[in-house]
Design a protein around this ligand. Sequence first.
Ligand code: COA
Length: 242
Amino acid sequence: MSTIVVEELDDRVVVTLRRPEARNAINAAMVGELHEVCAALEERPRLLLLTGEGGTFAAGADIGELRQRGREQALQGINSRLFDRIARLPLPTVAAVDGYALGGGAELAYACDIRLASPSAVFGNPEPGLGILAAAGACWRLRELAGASVAKQVLLAGRRLDADDALRFGLVAEVVPAGDLLKRAHALLDRMARSGQLALRLTKLVADGGGHPLTDELAQAILFESEEKAERMDAFLAGGRS
Ligand code: COA
């Protein structure tokens, strides 16, 4: 891996974006490496923690590469397919955002299930300033996360959301001092790791689909027959607490 650092733990994978010379801008090599991480997580589901090195999350897609791309590449959805794949990973994903998350970097963070920020976090989608639009999820994910009014300010008026804005608008779960950000993200993952993993997986699947009585009941039917459910409920009834 040349653009990311991957730390594989038993119950989670930690991925750190690392292209210090380009503020962790997402280039084709990074897209390929993140696809490799996705493949590994699809094969053996684990939680994912995504962060950036050097006080930046990611300053967008690599503008040098974007400059060379034409209609064909746009239609390939190079970044959007990756971010959709990340959004569809079996188990929850957390983005720990320190510093800039701009353009494709913001869209990558939007694709995660939960975001934590340091006080220096800045989210923005300056794409129209480069003569393009934010086509890798911002146009709909940001709207879902923060509402149409905020999304339009960001997408159309170039508004940058600082950490306080992001917290107020519900884009991030918490603002944590930079030095504690990863510790806090791991604590959040610890909590999720203690849950039934099939329960977590099916909850994510159902919730991401918008929920529906039919899917909810089918998923519950699977869980009600699982050994883990019986063990966890027996443990509760015997006085243990999970
Ligand atoms: N693509 C390619 N290179 C990028 C980049 C990107 N998205 N963002 C930053 N870089 C490069 C810069 O060109 C610079 O390279 P250089 O040292 O060879 O000149 C290096 O990273 C450092 O960037 P710099 O702008 O000097 O850092 P800064 O701390 O002053 O500003 C940002 C940081 C993030 C505010 C600024 O780099 C920026 O605005 N980046 C582009 C953001 C953007 O428009 N993203 C949307 C892309 S779709």
